[in-house]
Design a protein around this ligand. Structure first.
Ligand code: 5RP
Length: 219
């Protein structure tokens, strides 16, 4: 199977975790696009979705799914999103699609994070995928220097601003052995909007697309 077929497989499999008639949190990316397409086929549809990006909102609306603002709900039973990497405890790197801030906001409303990913995303230690960090523009040089002190090389993502209008850094060279500690540390740096480590908001379930089918990992 191709990587995209694996993404489609887990996108469909995620429907099992969606409660018909409820509101669902929806992430961003090519795997989630398959999930949105599957959502539109539910016999008893969801009542609506809270979306983590303009791109997902457009796709949801195009498929007739009502989109609510995050502020309109107090909690969500489930949030479904992809990942750039996921480790053996459900910690993730996210933000390859530049939607990390809104993804973390919507994930924070959810009782359960269901990660959908093809098998290439599973790693022992986070950090081979460059860590995305959304930053207020004036702080880019000093945040870049802070990463250098940790052994990371931070480079601004060319031509990209997030849905919130901020630039992104991609940081190479970090071996993230303690994701929760590093997320907590980077969150303290002035100018950092969101770091793409999802440790506090880790996955409870990962549906992993493999050549043998969907593997369900629980954390
Ligand atoms: C977007 C994300 C995505 O979930 C992540 O980049 C995975 O994307 P894809 O499903 O296209 O492989 O974090 O900000």
């Amino acid at each position: 199977m191709t990587q995209d077929e694996l993404k489609a497989l887990v996108g469909r499999a995620a429907l099992e975790h969606v409660i018909p008639g409820a509101i669902v949190g929806v992430g961003t990316g090519s795997t989630v696009n398959h999930f949105i397409d599957a959502l539109a086929t539910m016999k008893v549809p969801v009542a609506g979705a809270v979306s983590s990006s303009r791109a997902s909102t457009e796709r949801l609306v195009a498929r007739g799914i009502r989109v609510l603002e995050a502020g309109e709900v107090e909690r969500l039973p489930v949030y479904v999103d992809g990942a750039d990497e996921i480790d053996p405890r459900g910690h993730m790197i996210k933000g390859g699609g530049a939607a990390l801030t809104r993804e973390k906001i919507v994930a924070d409303l959810a009782e359960r994070f269901v990660c959908i990913a093809d098998a290439s995303k599973r790693v022992e230690v986070l950090g081979r995928f460059p860590l995305p960090v959304e930053v207020i523009a004036m702080a880019l040089p000093q945040v870049t220097r802070r990463f250098a002190r940790l052994g990371g090389e931070a480079v601004q993502r060319a031509g990209v601003l997030t849905d919130n209008g901020h630039p992104l850094l991609d940081v190479r060279g970090l071996a993230i052995t303690d994701p929760l500690a590093l997320e907590t540390e980077i969150n303290q740096w002035p100018g950092v909007v969101t770091v793409g480590i999802f440790a506090r908001h880790r996955a409870q379930i990962c549906l992993l697309g493999t050549a043998e089918g969907v593997l369900t990992l629980r954390y």
